[in-house]
Design a protein around this ligand. Structure first.
Ligand SMILES: [Zn+2]
Length: 410
């Protein structure tokens, strides 16, 4: 028996007036997801926890059966792992965006989507000037997404860092890192100092001078956020006895794969956007099933469409996900399989960010009888046989669905 876990990031939504008050999942033509819903059993899954912000970091841990309240301290270490950055026990890894500051305002969280070609030179300049080995170190990532590592930093988790995408338009001085308790003040001021000094170094850098000449916004300041300690997670194999692989374009998801001992499969042309290589992901997933028990496939594009508040694009990404990825996988599968399809969290068009609403899921397996649900969407799934499932409950249901004792008469 083989297992597939297929996640369309942020697919779930609310009814959209421009779609005749249907959700993008309801409006999309998606025969493959509907077939899994009709042949299998359905339910709603809570992937968000009460005291944690909803997002892919905690939701995907939860979907994989790891309680983020226990295993999650921040997204930085997961993303850093995907870039090959090693952490020691006392280190804290922060995501470090290159942003655009103008007249004291944070105007762009991505410095005009600066490319790695420009940004790597800026990070290099910071390494030469701001880096203090064994205290504060910088690492280049992709495009505007870089890393700041505090070595041997006590109390670094007691600092409130505003994610830059939530601070666009804000006065920098009001959103700088803040200590949540007095003992973290020293570390918080180290971060604030690095941010303010980075402006002086980056503003006049030739890369930024050239960017401004050609009408592009400069990457003239760093913005650390998402700090976390090196996570310690039991491997997926240890936990469930299944050898697993992950396919995703997104560093965060790859990093979760690394820390849970999954094989990371890189697919050429996988971008994390709507131009991603859906067919390639399907083909690599089928290939990965040959020597893995479970393949986890993650597609970022619907989430991006949700953030962009673009309902047409969201419907298109769901249709591409269904036809070009899921359909191709289903056609190519040879062995008996159990498959689960779901979003990790909703990213409703109306609000452009993640919510804590439960998400629809469907599980199909040769040993699992169907319920009465015919379609895969937020409302149909509510009538499914699984009902409302608690956080971290999905993987056990998927694995149990492949046990013959579950067989029921149709
Ligand atoms: Zn998102």
């Amino acid at each position: 028996m083989k297992y597939l876990l297929v996640v369309g990031d942020g697919m779930a939504d609310y009814p959209v007036p421009n779609l005749d008050n249907l959700t993008p999942l309801q409006a999309a033509y998606k025969p493959n997801m509907d077939s899994i819903a009709a042949k299998g059993r359905n339910g709603l899954l809570r992937t968000a926890h009460k005291d944690l912000k909803p997002g892919s970091d905690t939701a995907i841990l939860s979907v994989l059966g790891y309680d983020p309240r226990r295993f999650y301290t921040g997204r930085g270490p997961f993303e850093a792992a995907a870039r090959g950055i090693q952490l020691k026990e006392k280190d804290t890894a922060f995501r470090c965006n290159l942003i655009t500051e103008k007249n004291g305002i944070l105007v762009d969280y991505s410095a005009d989507h600066i490319t790695s070609r420009d940004s790597s030179k800026l990070i290099e300049a910071l390494k030469k000037t701001l880096e203090k080995p064994n205290e504060i170190e910088f690492f280049s990532g992709l495009d505007y997404r870089h890393f700041l590592i505090l070595r041997n930093s006590p109390n670094s988790l007691l600092i409130e860092c505003t994610p830059p995408h939530d601070a666009v338009g804000a006065e920098i001085s009001t959103v700088l890192p803040k200590a949540k308790s007095p003992e973290a003040e020293k570390t918080a001021s180290l971060l604030r100092e690095a941010i303010l000094k980075s402006k002086k170094i980056l503003e006049s850098h030739p890369v930024n001078v050239a960017r401004q000449k050609s009408g592009k916004k400069p990457g003239n300041m760093i913005w650390p956020w998402g700090g976390g300690k090196k996570p310690s997670l039991p491997s997926f194999k240890e936990k469930y006895g299944l050898k697993a692989a992950v396919i995703s374009a997104v560093d965060l998801v790859k990093g979760i794969g690394i820390y849970t001992g999954m094989k990371i499969i890189d697919v050429p042309g996988a971008t994390g956007r709507d131009d991603t290589n859906y067919e390639g992901k399907a083909d690599y997933a089928l290939k990965a099933l040959e020597d893995n028990d479970l393949v986890f496939i993650h597609v970022e594009a619907p989430d991006e469409a949700g953030h962009a508040k673009d309902y047409k694009l969201k419907v298109k990404t769901i249709e591409d996900f269904d036809k070009r990825l899921l359909g191709r996988i289903l056609k190519g599968l040879r062995e008996p399989y159990a498959i689960a399809v779901l979003p990790d969290h909703p990213t409703p068009i109306r609000i452009g960010t993640h919510t804590k609403d439960p998400v629809p899921f469907a599980i199909q397996s040769p040993f699992l009888g169907a319920d009465n649900v015919q379609k895969f969407d937020e409302f149909s799934a509510a009538n499914g046989a699984f009902g409302l499932v608690k956080q971290e409950g999905l993987i056990s249901l998927l694995i149990a669905s492949a046990q013959t004792t579950n067989q029921i008469k149709r």
